[in-house]
Design a protein around this ligand. Sequence first.
Ligand SMILES: Nc1nc2c(ncn2[C@@H]2O[C@H](COP(=O)(O)OP(=O)(O)OP(=O)(O)O)[C@@H](O)[C@H]2O)c(=O)[nH]1
Length: 421
Amino acid sequence: MQRLLIVEDSKVVQQVLRHISAQYLDVAIDFAWSLSECKEFVSKHSYTLALVDLTLPDAPNGEVAKYTLLKGIPTVVLTSKMDEYKRLQMLELGVIDYVIKDNRDSYNYAIKLVAQLLRNQGCKALIADDSVLSRTLMKQMLEKQLFAVSEAHDGRQALDMLKNDAEIKLLMTDYAMPTMDGFELVKAVRNFRGRDDLAIIGLSGASKHGLSARFIKYGANDFLTKPFMNEEFHCRVLQTMEQLSLIADIKESAFRDHLTGLYNRRYFYQYAEKLLKNKNQKNSLVLLDIDFFKAINDEFGHDGGDQALKQVSNLIRTSFSNSTVARIGGEEFAIILTQVEVEQAEKCLNLFIQKFASYDFTISDKTLSITASIGLAEFQNTNLTAAMRVADRALYQAKEQGRNCVVLNSTLQLAEVTAIR
Ligand SMILES: Nc1nc2c(ncn2[C@@H]2O[C@H](COP(=O)(O)OP(=O)(O)OP(=O)(O)O)[C@@H](O)[C@H]2O)c(=O)[nH]1
């Protein structure tokens, strides 16, 4: 579990930070007023990150940052001190960033910076550089930003590592390297990893003019000239990763249903198509439809119906937490149980439907029971249209049989699939 420590002695600033943190951060946060309180917290918890003020009643000269760094906690300074000497001293000590609090935007900047650092945690970064010194320096700096860092001594090795590990999200590559230079590496990598999936920052010595533009044209997201200041390095890496995160957020929201937070139909179809490519995996496809949902809308209004949909979604999500659950229609849900054969799925769904029927849903302070009908079909060696039709037929039968039941459509499947093919 990630944990953040904020050390700030101003009540007003603490309130502002609490407010902005609630919008951007989803981690445990402790607020300390002083160095002594900070020490108390550190003795009780381990922290992923600290955001500290430099001037505290019991520590007027930045002692708190020295303390958190000494304790191995990556630290961001948020201070009203516009002292250039102090700033450089702090950056040299190893703080990730030094943010001056001169307006509301600086608080936003600091918290967004913290949010990005927390997202970096455990994220894989790769450094491709033939200079051991350069690699060591960058590794230290990236580790400060909470990345898990690996190294490659030339372009060829970096390319192999990237081919074998889709989890690498950041590549820092030098230009001049033996066997394969930075341009060749970026071009090759972009054949299989897009800009929205892997961030690339090109690097080169100051004497080589025009390299930055070429790096970017070949597919790098940004460029750094060596030697760089630590602060610039941190800013560029964070900004590049923030762009990647924003794209990931946009993609994620495009695949989510606004009302319930479940995956939507679009995502479900893409996911299901991919899954079918693995011919050997036995999966089960479940279509669940709420019974007499129109009556709920009629009694409680559309908002009441929405409340019911949210509660039903939560119940399905928590009951099938290891599976992909999507809302594919108004009151219709699809679930794929991967590596679960239909006979096993049927048993599990029969238990679930009982749990569903006995669950107390609450709409506008009134408790009510809701039931659902389920159609189940095998989801292997077929095409998606066929599988959906088979499961839909089973769902139709469940409705016909009086609802609140599970129907497994195994008999129709072969005939259906053949007909559709
Ligand atoms: N509140 C709310 N209602 C929705 C939403 N989407 C669809 N509906 C309603 O869901 C109801 C579905 O009604 P029907 O298709 O007749 O199905 P049913 O009443 O559940 O009956 P059976 O499926 O046959 O048991 C309609 O009244 C739709 O207006 C939604 O997002 N919110």
